[in-house]
Design a protein around this ligand. Structure first.
Ligand code: HEC
Length: 131
């Protein structure tokens, strides 16, 4: 009986400690090898995202060793509404969800850049079935 309890506790611990990791490796619908067909109206946003964000968040938002995937339930509009994106880009983010460290303010990025790249991120999130 005691043994069983210990086993269950260890199993729960193991699953819990894996949970944040599984978010990082979460497969997204698109990757470098399988790019989406981006609608015309999001192409400029895609280019901005590629220039300003993809070095950490991955070309299609699927994450890199430097930053988390934005194609993740954490970042859907009901959890991280649009103002959080403006704040993150202009002011930076203190690490709280992951273990990548802080996100510094993105050098040279403006509100206008976010106006353009955010609709692309939201489109890609919908494509990935995030919301
Ligand atoms: C130098 C690496 C880096 C770059 C470049 C970067 N980010 Fe991040 N970003 C991070 C890290 C790391 C986190 C995770 C912080 C945490 O632990 O919650 C993050 C978190 C975020 C969040 C979540 C904010 C919150 O309140 O939790 C948003 C939104 C975001 N990034 C958007 C962007 C956008 C848009 C760009 C491009 C304009 C960008 N990031 C560029 C590293 C980066």
């Amino acid at each position: 009986m005691k043994f069983r309890f210990l086993f269950c506790s260890l199993l729960t611990l193991a699953i819990l400690s894996l949970a944040p990791l599984s978010g990082v490796i979460a497969a997204t619908k698109y990757s470098i090898d399988n790019p989406p067909k981006v609608p015309e109206k999001y192409v400029v946003g895609m280019e901005k995202f590629r220039d300003l964000c993809s070095s950490c968040h991955g070309k299609w938002g699927n994450g890199t060793p430097q930053g988390p995937p934005l194609m993740h339930g954490f970042y859907k509009p009901s959890h991280h509404a649009d103002p959080t994106f403006y704040r993150a880009v202009l002011k930076g983010v203190q690490a709280h969800h992951w273990r990548f460290g802080d996100m510094p303010p993105v050098p040279g990025a403006t509100r206008k850049d976010v106006d353009v790249l955010l609709p692309f991120i939201r489109w890609l999130q919908r494509e990935n079935g995030i919301y």
